[in-house]
Design a protein around this ligand. Structure first.
Ligand code: ZN
Length: 179
């Protein structure tokens, strides 16, 4: 994974510097006072999923949780952030109205798992995904807040956001409650 990041970084640097060299006369003014480089080194980002979904690292193998255009959920198994065929995994997702939750079952479709129906309505819905790696093993549960809003600071939707900006302080200040 680190190696891939390094390669991407190097590629980006090469592209960036060659782009600059060629177009230097066009945008020479933007080289100074532009703090992007220094800033991005101090802001580690999460890895984006190969389809633009959220990576679930608590699962082994890691999985990508991705919502398709029709709101069905696609689960992709990952090895080093690259898709690998799902094996014996089965998954169930529960979400939506707590009094009348919707349950989605997943079936293998080619190399991925696809839910049998779309997510319940709503633009920001809490769901619980339960994945069983193979028959007889303990399921792993993951709570996911499926927020379809576009993140203001990265190119992904909030549920798959890769920046470390804080969402309602839940991730960073969960241990001191405001009573
Ligand atoms: Zn973001």
């Amino acid at each position: 994974m680190k190696q891939i990041n390094l390669i991407i970084t190097i590629t980006a640097l090469i592209l960036f510097s060659s782009g600059c060299a060629k177009k230097d006369h066009d945008h020479g003014h933007s080289h100074h006072g532009h703090s992007h480089d220094g800033h991005s080194h101090n802001t580690p980002k999460k890895d984006p999923g190969p389809n633009g979904g959220r990576i679930l690292k608590t699962m082994t193998p890691a999985l990508e949780f991705f919502v398709l255009e029709d709101r069905r959920v696609q689960i992709t198994a990952l090895n080093d952030l690259k898709p690998i065929p799902v094996n014996e995994q089965t998954a169930t997702l529960t979400g939506g109205d707590r009094n009348n939750p919707t349950t989605l079952e997943f079936a293998k479709d080619g190399d991925v798992l696809i839910s049998d129906k779309p997510l319940p309505t709503g633009n920001n819905i809490p769901v619980i995904l339960q994945v069983t790696n193979s028959p007889g093993t303990t399921p792993v549960m993951e709570k996911i807040q499926v927020n379809f809003s576009g993140c203001p600071t990265c190119d992904y939707r909030e549920y798959a956001c890769i920046c470390n900006h804080q969402h309602g302080h839940q991730d960073y200040h969960g241990d001191h409650k405001h009573n």
